[in-house]
Write a protein that binds this ligand. Structure first.
Ligand code: GLA
Length: 660
């Protein structure tokens, strides 16, 4: 991964000057300087104005904006402007419009009305990219290319005939023969045998449960189709402007599961990520910390760029919660603590018209004379003060395994319970570890695990042989590992691993389950160590493991719920149920202690501690001031810290630590 092309820890934003008259642009640059904006993403939704007709371009206004920004010392992340096609294009070529699973066309009138496999869309989009690359690729303000925008944001899967043909080509590449496809999809079931690839459709709505491997492959194809489109734009940019790095803003989040970003990462010169707090969740900030750690995992541990976030409320949740004073700073520092080398926002100036006019911005409707803009200026100042953090790495002793394929497969229908959500299972463990002051890298199951003291494998329903072998080797070499319920159940084709659950990990864990016994919503079970659990139990035996806890009630009293097996130099734990928060925290406490995981003193729910390089980040979301052990210099206040740092309620500290 390349280093970020902006200086220090930069403040950035989307800049949409086409929404404002030129008289506002000058003031914009002035205010950007006041706020300390280091870069802007320009032109994301400018296609219709940059190219008013098939053979007409209007770059004059764009030249002027770019000149103003450059004169103001503001760098540009140049969008390729292809995210929203102009009406003249969709009008001339309705065949490029997306179609959903029910066969409904998604019409123009908002944005993203294009299909990534459409040759006519691609042709027009790539021509625009070429124009922009030729015209602006060597402009001194342009430091980064930004392909399209949140690829797959509103529609991640496409069911049109053009996509159906692309899906068939993708399948032919993957399987070679239709017999291999029949085998992988288990088409002997329900008379689904195909005689030719030509008979295969995308999984459009069906009378009963669709073939799950068909759905899983369509999910893989859909991620690849958007990635392929990204590559097409990137290749034009690389050919014409080889010195300018290329990225696109990913959406690593808990609501967006349609792109396998571990596959995307090698194609990007740097990882850029968008994150919006989701007030619908029980723990929105814990979800932010999780996606930050996953983004770092996608970036292979390198620094990444937060390309979009909100200074306050968004406008697309049922109730759009505003940030309270101070939250903008602490939320932004959370991204930096967890590996971001830049914090950017959608968007510079709050729109006065259009579908996002109630979305927060750096300059709100109230203008410069506002608490929000003053906080933005304060944020710019804080990021400047902590600039020396840029490029440093987050140190994590815990690896949490995460896989999009497993997510897609786990959340398909017709499973033992419809109540299980993969991401909830992963979050629960991430939050427990974080609240203890430990840091987790969220990584792909086939990553190198050698450096980690503890590996947590939450509900990894789909696991490859390579994953099973790597975990076996990790434990035998001295690693400590926890696997939780409904893991290792199927292979990459979504075929059950026979002989007893959890097939892929059964031998390593020394356990064997013959049946699942999920619990109805609201029902809990007690364990003989005092824990409470819900959602899931299994008819489990432990032929080759120590039983640490058993159920005392529920459908399986006396049955093992938590087991531990010493293997080689290491230890493999199995948890066959979903513990409540307190019991999860208690088990995380024991595991991290046993494994010798570094836990930063002073962490507790509401007080987050992360060490990045030689810097200790203290984020206090609690309602009380806290004292945290530290020695060095608090970069935010400029004050020496000689043993403990005092952090006010809702405040933060970034301490450059002295070597002790
Ligand atoms: C996404 C998009 C932006 C904007 C924001 C609003 O991140 O990329 O254009 O719509 O959402 O939250």
């Amino acid at each position: 991964m390349a280093l970020l092309p902006f200086d220090g820890i930069s403040l950035g934003c989307d800049y949409n000057p086409e929404q404002w008259p030129p008289s506002v642009w000058r003031e914009d640059v002035e205010l950007m300087r006041e706020a300390g904006v280091g870069f802007v993403t320009l032109g994301v939704f400018s296609w219709a104005l940059l190219q008013p007709g098939p053979d007409r371009y209007d770059f004059g206004w764009f030249d002027e904006v770019l000149g103003l920004l450059h004169d103001g010392g503001i760098a540009v992340d140049m969008a390729t402007a292809t995210a929203a096609p102009p009406p003249w294009l969709t009008h001339a070529h309705p065949e490029m419009l997306p179609v959903d699973a029910e066969g409904r066309t998604l019409w123009p009138g908002s944005r993203q009305s294009w299909c990534p496999s459409s040759p006519v869309f691609r042709d027009h989009a790539l021509r625009l990219v070429e124009q922009l690359a030729n015209r602006y690729g060597s402009h001194p303000a342009v430091r980064l290319w930004h392909v399209s925008n949140e690829l797959g944001c509103h529609i991640g899967k496409y069911w049109c005939d053009v996509s159906a043909a692309a899906f068939r080509r993708w399948l032919a590449d993957r399987y070679g023969t239709v017999d291999a496809l029949n085998d992988a999809w288990g088409t002997a079931f329900w008379s689904q045998h195909y005689s030719s690839f030509d008979e295969v459709l995308p999984p459009r709505i069906t009378p009963a449960v669709p073939n799950p491997t068909h759905e899983l492959d369509f999910a893989r194809f859909s991620s690849d189709a958007l990635l392929d489109y990204y590559r097409a734009e990137r290749d034009v940019l690389r050919r014409l402007t080889p010195d300018v790095p290329v990225t696109t803003n990913l959406m690593v989040s808990s609501h967006q599961s349609e792109q396998d970003y571990f596959r995307w990462a090698p194609e990007l010169d740097l990882i850029a990520q968008d994150h919006y707090l989701d007030a619908r969740l029980a723990h929105p900030r814990a979800e932010q910390a999780f996606t930050d750690d996953l983004t770092r995992g996608v970036a292979g541990g390198a620094a990444w760029l937060l390309m979009e976030s909100a200074t306050s409320a968004v406008n697309w949740q049922p109730v759009n919660v505003a940030k309270r004073p101070g939250e903008l700073l602490v939320d932004s520092l959370r991204h930096v603590a967890r590996g971001a080398d830049g914090v950017a926002f959608f968007q510079w100036r709050a729109s006065r018209a259009g579908g996002e006019k109630f979305h927060s911005a750096l300059v709100p409707h109230a203008g410069r004379d506002s608490q929000r803009f003053r906080e933005v200026v304060g944020l710019g100042d804080a990021l400047r003060r902590i600039g020396e953090v840029a490029g440093s790495r987050v140190k994590a002793d815990v690896a949490l395994l995460f896989d999009w394929n497993s997510w897609w497969a786990c959340d398909l229908g017709s499973h033992p319970t419809g109540e299980l959500r993969y991401v909830d299972a992963v979050h629960r463990w991430h939050r427990a570890v974080t609240e203890l002051g430990a840091t987790a890298d969220v990584v792909h199951p086939e990553s190198d695990l050698a450096g980690y003291r503890l590996v947590i494998v939450p509900t990894l329903y789909l696991a490859s042989d390579a994953t099973a072998a790597a975990l076996d080797a990790y434990v035998r070499a001295g690693g400590q590992m926890l696997v939780t319920y409904f893991s290792g159940i199927v292979d990459e084709r979504d075929h059950i691993r026979l002989g007893g659950y959890p097939g892929a990990f059964r031998e390593l864990l020394g356990v064997r389950a013959e049946e699942f016994a999920p619990l109805p919503p609201g029902q809990t079970v007690a364990l003989d160590d005092g824990s409470t659990a819900d959602l899931w139990t299994e008819v489990l035996t432990a032929p080759d493991a120590e039983v640490v806890a058993r159920y005392t009630d529920g459908p399986l009293p006396g049955t093992p719920a938590l087991t531990r097996r010493a293997v080689g130099e290491g230890v493999a734990w199995y948890l066959a149920t979903r513990l409540d928060d307190a019991a999860t925290a208690a088990l995380a406490d024991r595991l991290t202690r046993d494994a010798g995981v570094t836990r930063l003193a002073g962490a507790q729910p509401g007080v987050e501690l992360v060490r990045r390089g030689h810097h200790l980040f203290v984020l206090n979301r609690s309602h009380d001031p806290v004292k945290v052990p530290a020695r060095g210099l608090d970069l935010l206040t400029g004050e020496r810290v000689g043993g403990t740092v005092d952090v006010p309620a809702g405040g933060a500290a970034v301490v450059r630590e002295e070597e002790t």
